[in-house]
Design a protein around this ligand. Structure first.
Ligand SMILES: Cc1cc2nc3c(=O)[nH]c(=O)nc-3n(C[C@H](O)[C@H](O)[C@H](O)COP(=O)(O)OP(=O)(O)OC[C@H]3O[C@@H](n4cnc5c(N)ncnc54)[C@H](O)[C@@H]3O)c2cc1C
Length: 307
């Protein structure tokens, strides 16, 4: 337990290290990252998406990117996202898009991020593609929810994420009730303090169940982003007992995680969406996954020696 906490903190620390981020980019997608990342460009990700679709899995792609500090870079990111939307449409892929507001300029200014989001959403709307705003660390949560609410007035094809480790999440969920939200409910992946977040796994899990229950009973389409068998079983059972159709929710899992469970759920008639990250900036994402599940370190080590 103590070792697990140390390694979690260690990998979360590494995930924020800009020097190592640069170093990792030079090395390319090594260290086993290719097992959980779809490639360094969208073209690399296309055959991966096609295979997932053939397996009956839906996809949401995420162009990895963190630490965007210039307007030029944020505009480039926006352009990249629009290109991936065009590719999804062109190749008739069954895929949505996920993105992070910091990669579009959230830390630079609100006008810039709004402008970039509208460019992306206008394009996505043309092809009936849904865009989900990932939730980042708690310091960005308030802004993200505000931006979501504002954009949701004009764009139906928009979703966001609620993290059950945050104390504020129950209220956020309630406040979003009136805008017909499309929400992905997750536990939360960032390093937070007891000031804003539950630190005990039991509390985080309990709160996730509460959020799933409230959102499903509210009649909203719900994505459950979890690899946890207990959460998956709870959702299935709750839906069955309350006559909630399989059309009202989907399970979402990260690419490369629990592949057999993903396929089994599809066999049982559930909708499953795989979150597929791609891009050169795989480092921070990869470190957060190692922090969540130290068992992943094993395939990282294998990756280093097998190349
Ligand atoms: C599609 C998707 C999108 C996400 N988007 C965001 C986001 O926008 N913002 C954010 O902060 N976080 C996001 N997350 C991450 C999320 O918040 C959690 O950090 C992450 O999913 C780990 O929690 P868990 O519920 O999967 O399981 P955990 O609580 O980590 O683990 C519970 C149990 O599940 C099983 N388990 C978990 N992972 C695995 C595995 N890989 N293989 C086998 N068994 C496993 C184990 O039995 C484990 O004990 C996302 C997750 C998913 C799946």
């Amino acid at each position: 337990m103590i070792l697990e906490a140390i390694s979690k903190n260690f990998f979360l620390f590494l995930s924020n290290n800009k020097f190592l981020d640069k170093f990792a980019k030079r090395f390319g997608a090594r260290f086993g990252a290719d097992k959980i990342v779809g490639g360094e460009t969208f073209s690399h990700a296309i055959p991966v998406i096609q295979q997932l679709n053939r397996d009956g899995l839906h996809v949401t792609v995420d162009h990895l990117g963190e630490f965007v500090t210039s307007e030029v870079e944020a505009r480039e990111r926006t352009h990249g996202c629009i290109e991936s939307i065009h590719s999804i449409a062109h190749h008739e892929l069954n895929s949505e898009v996920s993105l992070k507001l910091t990669s579009l300029g959230l830390d630079i200014n609100r006008a810039l991020v709004m402008e970039n989001m509208k460019l992306i959403l206008d394009e996505a709307k043309k092809y009936n593609i849904t865009v989900t705003i990932d939730m980042e660390d708690s310091s960005r949560c308030g802004d993200t929810i505000e931006i979501y609410k504002e954009l949701k007035q004009d764009y139906e094809n928009l979703g966001t994420v609620i993290q059950s480790y945050l104390y504020r999440s129950e209220e956020d969920l309630e406040a979003l009730n009136s805008c017909q939200p499309y929400l992905r409910l997750v536990k939360g992946a960032y390093k937070e303090t007891g000031k804003v977040a539950f630190l005990e796994k039991d509390h985080v899990d309990k709160n996730l169940r509460k959020l799933i229950k409230a959102n499903l009973l509210g009649g909203h389409y719900t994505a459950i982003g979890s690899h946890d068998d207990a959460i998956i079983a709870y959702t299935k059972e709750f839906a069955e007992k309350n006559d909630i159709s399989k059309e009202q929710f989907e399970f979402q899992m990260l690419y490369g995680m629990r592949n057999e469970t993903q396929k089994q759920l599809v066999k049982e008639g559930y909708k499953v969406r795989v979150y597929l990250p791609y891009g050169e900036d795989w480092y921070g994402y990869f470190m957060r996954r190692l922090a969540e599940r130290p068992a992943n370190v094993a395939f990282a080590i294998k990756g280093i020696f097998s190349k």
